[in-house]
Design a protein around this ligand. Structure first.
Ligand SMILES: Cc1ncc(COP(=O)(O)O)c(C=O)c1O
Length: 386
C-alpha cells in the first residue's frame, strides 16, 4: 500500500474505538447495556413520513438520479417551512440545496472555500466534521476551546488577527453538540459582523433548532441582519424527526455559497434518494401536529435524567435545547477513564468529552436516546462509580 496522504495522517485518532466490541462482548455475557453514546434516538419518525416513503417507493419515476435539483416539492416545502418558522424568505432553487444528511454538506463545503494556507475556526469540543472537512480540504483548523466560563461560546475577540485574516469559515453550532449551550441573539449578530469584516463564510449548523424546551425557540442565523451576505445554514431531519438513517437534510442561505456547495457536490454525489425527499417533504408538512409531541418526549427524558443524576451527586444542569446532557466527570479522573469504567463496570455507554476534542476534557455527554426509566437506571449505575 502506498503511504497515506499527509492530510489523512493529520486526522486525530478515534478514542474509544473499541467500544462497539466491548459492548458486544458484554451483551454476549448477558449484561444489560444502556447506550447513551450516540445522538441516535430510539423514537419513531413521523407516521406521515413513513406513509409517504411507502408510497414513494412504489413510484418508479423516483428511482432515477436525483441530481442537485432533487424533488422540486422538497425545495418548496423547505422554503415554506423556513418562512413560517424563522420569517426568512428564500428562493427554493437558488438559496436551498437538498443534502444527503447535513453532515456531508458541512464537510463538503470546505472544498469550495478552503485550501492550503487558509484557516477555519473550529469549536472544541465539537461535531467532528468541521475538523474533518477542513483537514480534507488541506486547510488549517484553528481550534477554539468551548469553556463554561464563556457560556460555551467561541470567544471571537480571542482569535488572533493573523488567523482571522486567513479564516475562510467560522463554524457555529448553537444549540450546541455536545455542550447543549445556546447562543444569545447579540452573539449571532457579533458573529455575522466578524465574518463580514473578514470576508469569511459563516456556517451555522442548526441541527438542533427544533429540539428546544421551556418555550425557547432557537433562531436561524438567516434572521440576523447582514447574514444573507455571508451565511449558510445547515438543517437536518435526523434530530427533529428521528430520521437519522434516512440521510436527508438541507443547506440554506447566500445563493453564491449554496451554489458553490452544489458545484462541489456535482463531483462527489448525485443527490439524496427522491423517495426520501418525498418522505421528508411529508415530515415537514406534519411539523405543526407532530413535532411538539416529540419535543415533549425529549423534555420528559431531560427532566428524568437531570433529576436522577443530581440525586446521585452529579452536577447535572437541564439544557434548554438538544438531546444531550453535558456533565462534569468526577475530579481526579479523565473523561475517557470514567467512560471506560461506566461501560466495563456498569454497562452504561457515555461519550467522554475528550472524544469530541481536547477541550471536552472534564465532561461526559449523555444522549437522551432511551425512555425515562432507562435513563434513571443509567444515572443510578453511574452513581455507583462516585
Ligand atoms: C451538531 C451536529 N450537526 C450535524 C449533525 C449531522 O446530522 P445529519 O444526520 O443530518 O448528517 C449532527 C449529528 O449528530 C450534529 O450533532
Amino acid at each position: 500500500m502506498p503511504q497515506l496522504a499527509e492530510r489523512f495522517r493529520s486526522f486525530p485518532p478515534y478514542p474509544l474505538a473499541d467500544v462497539p466490541e466491548i459492548k458486544r462482548r458484554l451483551r454476549a455475557e448477558g449484561v444489560d447495556v444502556i447506550d447513551l453514546g450516540a445522538g441516535d434516538a430510539d423514537l419513531a419518525p413521523p407516521p406521515a413520513a413513513l406513509a409517504a416513503l411507502r408510497q414513494a417507493t412504489a413510484d418508479t419515476s423516483l428511482s432515477r438520479y436525483p441530481f442537485n435539483l432533487g424533488l422540486p416539492a422538497f425545495r418548496e416545502a423547505v422554503a415554506a417551512w423556513m418562512g413560517t418558522r424563522f420569517g426568512v424568505r428564500l428562493d427554493p432553487y437558488k438559496e436551498i440545496l437538498p443534502l444527503i444528511g447535513s453532515k456531508e454538506g458541512i464537510a463538503h463545503l470546505a472544498f469550495a472555500f478552503v485550501g492550503p494556507g487558509d484557516a477555519t475556526v473550529v469549536p472544541d469540543p465539537g461535531y467532528q466534521c468541521y475538523l474533518g472537512g477542513t483537514l480534507l480540504a488541506g486547510g488549517e483548523p484553528y481550534i477554539v476551546p468551548l469553556r463554561p466560563e464563556n457560556d460555551f461560546l467561541i470567544p471571537l475577540d480571542a482569535i488572533p488577527e493573523e488567523v482571522a485574516r486567513r479564516t475562510k469559515i467560522l463554524y457555529l453550532n448553537y444549540p450546541n453538540n455536545p455542550t447543549a449551550a445556546i447562543a444569545p441573539r447579540y452573539y449571532l449578530e457579533e458573529a455575522v459582523r466578524w465574518c463580514r469584516e473578514r470576508d469569511a463564510v459563516l456556517v451555522s449548523d442548526n441541527a438542533y433548532s427544533e429540539l428546544a424546551f421551556d418555550g425557547y425557540r432557537p433562531p436561524s442565523i438567516l434572521e440576523i441582519e447582514g447574514a444573507a451576505d455571508v451565511a449558510i445554514e445547515f438543517h437536518s431531519f435526523s434530530k427533529t424527526y428521528n430520521m437519522t438513517g434516512w440521510r436527508i437534510g438541507w443547506a440554506a442561505g447566500n445563493a453564491e455559497i449554496v451554489g458553490a456547495l452544489a458545484r462541489v457536490k456535482t463531483f462527489v454525489d448525485t443527490g439524496a434518494f427522491l423517495a426520501v425527499q418525498a418522505a421528508a417533504t411529508a415530515a415537514l408538512e406534519s411539523y405543526a401536529e407532530w413535532v411538539p409531541g416529540n419535543v415533549q418526549a425529549f423534555r420528559e427524558r431531560r427532566d428524568a435524567l437531570t433529576a436522577a443524576l443530581c440525586s446521585e451527586g452529579f452536577d447535572a444542569r437541564a439544557p434548554r435545547a438538544t438531546m444531550y446532557l453535558w456533565v462534569p466527570v468526577p475530579a481526579g479522573t479523565t473523561s475517557e477513564a470514567f467512560a471506560r469504567r461506566a461501560l466495563v463496570e456498569q454497562g452504561v455507554v457515555v461519550m467522554p468529552g475528550s472524544a469530541l476534542g481536547a477541550g471536552g476534557e472534564g465532561f461526559m455527554r449523555l444522549a437522551l436516546t432511551q425512555p425515562p426509566d432507562r435513563l434513571r437506571e443509567a444515572a443510578h449505575r453511574l452513581g455507583r462509580l462516585l
